[in-house]
Design a protein around this ligand. Sequence first.
Ligand SMILES: Cc1cc2nc3c(=O)[nH]c(=O)nc-3n(C[C@H](O)[C@H](O)[C@H](O)COP(=O)(O)O)c2cc1C
Length: 179
Amino acid sequence: MRRRGSCREFDPETGPTRRQVGTVLDRATRGVPGDWNGGAADGLAFNDAYVLAAGVDGVPDGTYQFLPETAELERLSGVDRRTKRHLALDQSWAGDAHVNVYLLADADEPVDRLGDRGYRLAQLEAGVTLGRLYLATYAHRDLGGTGLTFYDDAVTDHLSPRAAGQTPTCLFAFGRRDG
Ligand SMILES: Cc1cc2nc3c(=O)[nH]c(=O)nc-3n(C[C@H](O)[C@H](O)[C@H](O)COP(=O)(O)O)c2cc1C
């Protein structure tokens, strides 16, 4: 129970490995079974996953989209600690965490297709995925993380043009614990 408390202090020297980050992302992004997909989730239906990585062993620092089908990180642009920190309401632990995972959903398409329920489903999927990001991180004894809040428009701007028309639904910041 103690080990599963939120982590806000990250190792300044050594980050997680590419394999650890890949495992966390893979386990968390398998989607949520529900009546909208016949009870069989085939990956995330409403949200895309973006990764801001700095200090990950085996991954060049940068901003990526995570592609769950192939478990690949597609590079979109660079990133630095100041940007990671700023996007998350200027909270220092977002800058210090080696990995910031943002989920973003299309702002209009789910509502056009499913009515107001579409917005709720996008938020529900993000919430369940955030819970799985916590659990997949805590499954590694040397990793820790925390869910955080963010400046919505600044996040979309940083991830655009890829994320144009999308709105962020959640952020999970994780990395190798300090000490
Ligand atoms: C959606 C969400 C948003 C959060 N936003 C922030 C935040 O902006 N800053 C912060 O320090 N913690 C934030 N938290 C972290 C919570 O404060 C923390 O994970 C929660 O209190 C549980 O803490 P514990 O696991 O240490 O008991 C957020 C958590 C969630 C789930």
